[in-house]
Design a protein around this ligand. Sequence first.
Ligand SMILES: [Ca+2]
Ligand SMILES: [Ca+2]
Length: 497
Amino acid sequence: MHEKEGSIRKAGAWITAGAILASATVMASAPQESQAKSLPSGEKPNIVLIFMDNFGYGELGCYGGGITRGAPTPQIDELARQGTRFTNFNVEVQCTPSRAALMTGRYAIRSGCGSVPITTGMYGLTQWEVTMAEMLSDAGYATGMFGKWHLGHTKGRFPTDQGFDEWYGIPNSTDESLWPDQPQFNDVVKEKLSPYAVPEYIYDGRKGSNPKKVKVYDSAARLDIDRECTNRAKDFIKSQVKTAKPFFVFLPYTQTHMPVVPSIEFAGKSGNGNWGDVLMQIDSYIGELLDTLDELGIADKTIFIFTSDNGPEMLPGHNGWSGPWRGSYFTGLEGSLRVPFIIRWPNRVPADRVSNEIVHAMDLYATFANIAGGDVPHDRIIDSIDQTDFFLGKQEKSNRDGFVVYVGNDLFGIKWRNWKMMFKEVERGTDAKKTYDFPRFYNLYSDPKEEYPLTRDTAGHFWVRWPMAEILKPHGASLSEEPPIKPGTPDPYVPMK
Ligand SMILES: [Ca+2]
Ligand SMILES: [Ca+2]
């Protein structure tokens, strides 16, 4: 915590030689008053949110991948034609923080989830956080989650403790499916050396009770989990249609996190290796879900989103592709921050539209709240910005033109419009980071791979630090005003005021 605050101060000091007044606007980032009331008849659309794991910008055909990665993705490409495709949708750069930011509408540092837990056994969102599922549940939605959580694996911290009516999936991550293959690990489990050195389980949960362990998440279960999650999601949708409630389906798939292995059904199908097979599998499952909406006659009243938690997997042999950008997850590079984002809402979200406006995954919280008639909490700092009118094509510009870039709990820099100012960098997520006395500046139009930090071009643009300071300074002040929750904080958490 101290390190991060220190780095903010340092960054701020460099910028403030010329004394910038902290603008209160960003910090307050008061949830905009709901314009959803302007939506016809106040009808609440269903929401299906596909949230891939370590799925880079370059994988899909409509983003320059598909056949260049070993298999076409025709159904997702068609989805993009039916909706709006974003080329500048940004996330936090690791699994846990990205999911925390999505679920809370807040930078992950605030909720104590700034980094994947390495030695913090009791981790994840405190119950005090109001998740997207809780917000939508309060707005009258049925909520189902099928897949990976990675926001807590102890009692009181499962998805069904945080607003989901039901959940099938894993609490942590997929590398743990490899543990039971290691004889030494199995010996350690018998020795009971740590409550956390145990196999990960696939759980089946319902709100109001402890989730039940279904089976060990081992390398065999790993092959089928996305198939099972797709089936569960389809069943959930079919059962909800019989009720009057709108639904929220959160599908955080696992298959593109290492080990990247296709299901038995798709193994060898592309003829071009695991990545091609997995792409075919994903495209097929998305097609099934879209078919289900069509068969039920609810496609027009369902918002369907395809996106990812962070940039590509970095482990050689399992590595993904960031397309025109550089870098894998666990870095501050564009390949880490930018992920595919497709949104389809027939007759509402413009079809066949592409936008390079900046949006952050956090923004889905306030946007969904607006559309669903939910409430954004007023008793805490919220970083989410409502993008309803932008998504609906009522305005060309996003309501956001920048954000703070974190890697873990470390403030790395600022992204603003087509510029980045980076105080820290890391080439690969497992390398040591570099810290600069003079930040690196990148013009993403002329230097999309962030290779030329100090050139005649950037030197003529050092003024960009001032609009960036308008983002950075209030952010730093907000962390002082409302200190971040420390990782590992137990429940019940009560904020100091
Ligand atoms: Ca991830
Ligand atoms: Ca909660």
